[in-house]
Design a protein around this ligand. Structure first.
Ligand code: SF4
Length: 351
């Protein structure tokens, strides 16, 4: 696997982003931010699901002022998401741990200068959040809706902040199509060392967003690109975290929890594998230590997979084998296999 790109480490509250920090997961609430109770409730849901930080929309001054109360009632680092009105960023900067602004719709650069000044005074970072759907007019006219246009916008704004001697920066380059997003991140990655926030924006419902994000974020993570990420889903908050965690794990960037290898089944199957895998998945979901397990429907590939797995089952006709590190530890009737397997997994992670 490729090494992660060496990036500058910044801090969003107490969460490090970039450098040798773990790749963090973030999400965004969908409540009206001015409704403090509802927003705190959603932030707590995200916290419980495993988010490392959370972003809230700040569409008006009431929302910007509500950030004070929200911040007092949560413990996750809080990021204010600003479009159009730089004054909202000035107010929000008093209460949050990071400001994200979209350079394409903030307007003239004097306003960005004001945001930088406020963030410097409060020692909080800025995310330059380029969005492929709302580039500054000059870049839109020159490059159209392309990755080049997104990169040009990001570079222009990075330079603008650097010229103000502000380098507490992270960058995102989100588009709603995967290839433009991936191209933009790859292109910009060669040119600076600021930490990147990864995401495919407006990715759709759970099914489509999972696929788009797995392809897009997965490709980048395999390339060693990415320091923090959000999976955008039109759906439940918790799903964003669940999918993001799975992408991180399956791209090999996080070694945590259970990796289940199970066969797709075929005409040789002699057991109810679907039920067995679902049962196992539920019963060992709490395990945090990295462990590879394999659950196979017949002997064809089971022995080979078991050699690489920590704990394995090979189902046969009415019975099967439980193996630990490739060694058979039990031959049992089908109905007893899952219980023994789960016991072996628990034993394996507890020694
Ligand atoms: S392990 Fe056996 S049942 Fe499963 S897909 Fe392979 S041949 Fe079919």
């Amino acid at each position: 696997m490729k090494e992660r790109y060496p990036t500058k480490k910044i801090f969003v509250g107490d969460v490090a982003v970039g450098g040798d920090a773990p790749i963090s997961i973030q999400s965004m609430t969908f409540s009206e931010t001015s409704d403090v109770d509802a927003t705190v409730e959603q932030i707590n849901r995200l916290h419980f699901a495993g988010a490392d930080m959370v972003r809230v929309a700040v569409p008006d001054m009431e929302s910007a002022k509500a950030l004070k109360d929200i911040k007092e009632r949560i413990s996750l680092p809080l990021i204010a998401d600003i479009h159009f009105n730089y004054r909202l960023a000035l107010e929000a900067s008093k209460w949050v741990d990071c400001i994200r602004f979209n350079p394409g719709n903030i307007g003239e650069k004097g306003r960005i200068r004001e945001i930088v000044k406020a963030c410097r005074e409060r020692d909080i970072p800025i995310r330059i959040g380029v969005n492929g759907g709302s580039l500054e007019r000059e870049f839109e006219n020159r490059y159209g809706a392309t990755a080049e246009g997104m990169v040009a916008s990001a570079e222009y704004n990075i330079k603008f902040l650097e010229d103000l001697d502000f380098t507490d920066i992270k960058v995102s380059l989100k588009a709603s199509d995967v290839d433009r997003t991936v191209d933009a991140y790859r292109m910009l990655r060669e040119r600076n060392s600021y930490p990147f926030h990864l995401g495919v924006t407006e990715a759709g419902t759970l099914f489509h967003a999972t696929i788009k994000s797995s392809i897009g974020l997965g490709s980048l993570l395999l390339d060693g690109i990415g320091d923090t990420m959000r999976v955008s889903i039109t759906g439940e908050l918790e799903d964003e975290i669940k999918v993001a965690k799975a992408i991180l794990k399956d791209s090999g960037r996080v070694k945590e929890g259970v990796n289940i290898i199970s066969c797709p089944t075929c005409g040789r199957i002699e057991a109810d594998l679907v039920k067995a895998v679902a049962d196992v998945e539920k019963r060992i979901a709490h395990i945090k230590k990295p462990i590879d397990v394999s659950i196979m429907g017949c002997a064809v590939n089971a022995i080979g997979e078991a050699k690489h797995a920590d704990v394995a089952i090979a189902f046969g006709k009415g019975s099967g084998l439980v193996m630990v590190r490739g060694e058979v530890v039990a031959k049992l009737a089908e109905e007893d296999l899952v219980d023994r397997f789960v016991a072996e997994v628990e034993n394996f992670v507890n020694v």
